[in-house]
Design a protein around this ligand. Structure first.
Ligand code: GRG
Length: 285
């Protein structure tokens, strides 16, 4: 039977959502408002891209989705925290997210800040309780990679530079700045998702290296595609504003090509990751 990417995504999204439902506290748990705000932000029209990549990386390295589902959900909680905080009036000031009112528009600013904090905290609690890694050293390695990828050397650093650019949008060093912002704000979490999936199922050094290169290309290509397709405010720094639309599309195509080449060491097992970059990036531009 022919492999269907849509069917694969549907299956994985169902598994991810039911694990998230189990890992997040009940909306009735005291104090209910915070658990309701966390669940509201997590359960919307999210693509679940990062947890799906984490699972696909584990599968490419010979593991099973069930071994890495809690880690995949922890990454989705972290991603959701970043979206809640990104939407706040002090940052991007967005009223809508995932097809509905953003968390702060629904629950108020204070509760949205706390819901983001709570999701970040719960994510690390889940990572520290993973059963998949019976090996404590491996677990500590995963937690350390995740913390680094989302801290000031990773996603948060990218967000800081993005905000700084808005207040001093000079022409100087625009290429360097957009590369830094995209690889940190968007790329770091995508990259670490793949890494965690691979580490948890005992990937080899060669597999980890290949996934790192695939992840770096995926992250940049995904963000450039978002820059091309999503309406951005005039003051924002985007890839097409520096390289033009044609240059941006060409860059995406070459990143996709490079990413796929990196997967050759996986043989047939790399096929799914190739399909995922086509589905989430190539087919959209
Ligand atoms: C700590 C105050 C404070 C803020 C943190 C780090 C941060 C805020 C924000 C950066 C995260 C961010 C918004 C990155 C942009 C990346 C991006 C394209 C997000 C959208 O991802 P999708 O399309 O969204 O995968 P869904 O909803 O499908 O999951």
């Amino acid at each position: 039977m022919r492999f269907s990417i849509e069917k694969y995504l549907k299956e994985k999204r169902t598994a991810i959502d039911s694990t998230l439902n189990r890992l997040l506290h009940s909306p009735r748990k005291y104090p209910p408002i915070i658990h309701q705000a966390m669940r509201y932000a997590v359960f919307g029209k999210g693509k679940r891209l990062r947890p799906i990549l984490l699972i696909a990386a584990a599968e490419a390295c010979g593991g099973k989705a069930s071994d890495v589902l809690p880690a995949a959900c922890a990454i989705e909680m972290i991603h959701t925290y970043s979206l809640i905080h990104d939407d706040l009036p002090a940052i991007d000031d967005d009223d809508y997210r995932r097809g509905k009112l953003s968390c702060h528009r629904k629950f108020g600013e204070a509760m949205a800040i706390l819901a983001g904090d709570a999701l970040l905290t719960r994510a690390f609690e889940v990572l520290s309780q993973m059963k998949a890694s019976k090996n404590g050293a491996l677990q500590a390695e995963v937690i350390s990679h995740v913390a680094r990828a989302i801290g000031t050397e990773g996603m948060l650093g990218g967000q800081v530079e993005d905000i700084r650019f808005l207040s001093s949008p000079g022409q100087a060093q625009r290429k360097k700045r957009v590369a830094y912002i995209h690889s940190h704000k968007t790329g770091a979490l995508i990259n670490v998702a793949l890494k965690v999936g691979a580490i948890l199922v005992g990937a080899s050094r060669g597999e980890l290296k290949a996934l790192d290169k695939y992840g770096t290309s995926f992250g940049l290509a995904f963000q450039i595609t978002d820059d091309i397709l999503d309406k951005k405010e005039k003051r924002e720094i985007t890839y097409p504003r520096i390289y033009g639309l044609k240059g941006s599309r060409e860059k995406v195509k070459s990143l996709v090509r490079n990413a796929k080449t990196e997967l050759n060491i996986f043989g047939q097992k790399g096929r799914l990751l190739k399909e995922l970059i086509d589905y989430f990036v190539q087919s959209r531009i």
